[in-house]
Design a protein around this ligand. Sequence first.
Ligand code: NDP
Ligand code: 2IT
Length: 449
Amino acid sequence: MTQLDEKLEPVLDEVARRNPGEPEFLQAVREVLESLGRVIAKRPEYADDALIERICEPERQIIFRVPWIDDKGRVCINRGFRVQFNSALGPYKGGIRFHPSVNVGIIKFLGFEQTFKNALTGLPIGGGKGGSDFDPKGRSDAEVMRFCQSFMTELSRHIGVYTDVPAGDIGVGGREIGYMFGQYKRLRNSYEAGVLTGKGLSYGGSRARTEATGYGNTYFVQSMLATQDQSFDGKRVVVSGSGNVAIYTMEKVGMLGGTVVACSDSNGYVLDENGIDLDLVKEIKEVRRERIAEYARIKGTGTHYIAGGTVWDVPCDIAMPSATQNELTGKDARKLVRNGVMAVGEGANMPSTPDAIHIFQQAGVMFAPGKAANAGGVATSALEMQQNASRDSWTFEQTEQRLATIMRNIHDTCAETAEEYGAPGDYVLGANIAGFVCVAEAMEALGVI
Ligand code: NDP
Ligand code: 2IT
């Protein structure tokens, strides 16, 4: 594992002291700090004025009560969060996650990652993240609506077109964004379309935003493969998850000639050697909101559902983790390497454990870290903000073209930065340094903030 520069050890110690019981946040900070040793060796001024310490401290953290009433008339309580991490480059920008595992440490790690990811897009957006420990599974549309309205009643005090612009993440898709936008509009008596992104096309959403994260990750991996004269054509691909990011990763991989043979949800995975039938996955997940086990039940012979298993047991050329943090462990990485994996593209945020990343890099597997590879979602959110600000609406082709160019630029920036700092091919280092330098330069220019 990369060693931490001794000048940065006290920074990490202080972050650990200040944020007890938040292992995911510490994991994300440690990974970035491990990359920064090379930066402060080259440009010592970045270690001045507690700049790195300031970057590790969120600008503002909001925690609130979300009371709501279920279909049986019972009062339920959840906890809501918004961590406004860094606004040096633009208004805070980042998704909202509804999942029972959400706590302040999870939201903080996501906000920290988001800050550098957003910088890498080259667009004027700061970093933030929000969410709740609300579990939408098994809830009726009416319950989800009442929850979203209550959540937004408090959140609306803290967001705005020029302040903070949330979007979706795990458990928050088009339905939830619609309910939240509806409530925001009522509370403000003002149609501020640009306050949320990921909106429906009928009320100010952008074409290609739904597809953007999965398509973007696939474009990133395509660029990475091209550096070794490889492509998706004829490759066997495994994708974890079967939500927004996973579905549109599978779609673009198929368009580029790859075959996705397995995908999953939190209960298990399905294997289909003929290639996953994406229309069926969309029907199960986007329309019926059912479990992936249904896939094998409907398809029958030739498909397998493995309850409780890990999708990383399936041999593949390319792995694209698209579910959640720390879903791909050192053990999984060793298995993938043994099975001949050549590239990994992280659609999810921090899905590979530090151990797993180390194993991939040591084995010479091309590795695309989430904060670069999944930036297409937030980049297209920024394009949605542009369209809302100019009261315009672009075609799918135009928007996807912008996304493809942005992803190519992020790839090239990460590759060139890794090269410049003496670690060619290390996209983790390239992404961390390039993202950091952007944020650090803006913060220096703005004085002690
Ligand atoms: P969705 O809610 O649409 O899908 C999430 C998928 O991951 C589901 O299949 C879900 O299974 C699975 N999953 C979630 N949590 C767990 C868990 N604890 N253990 C096992 N499986 C789990 O979310 P998205 O597709 O939007 O997000 C997926 C990942 O991509 C997240 O890490 C998110 O932060 C990241 N991301 C999302 C972006 C976006 O634009 N949406 C942009 C950039 C990154 P189940 O239904 O069983 O829970
Ligand atoms: O993690 C992410 O980048 C997202 N969930 C998307 C954020 C956004 O503002 O579009």
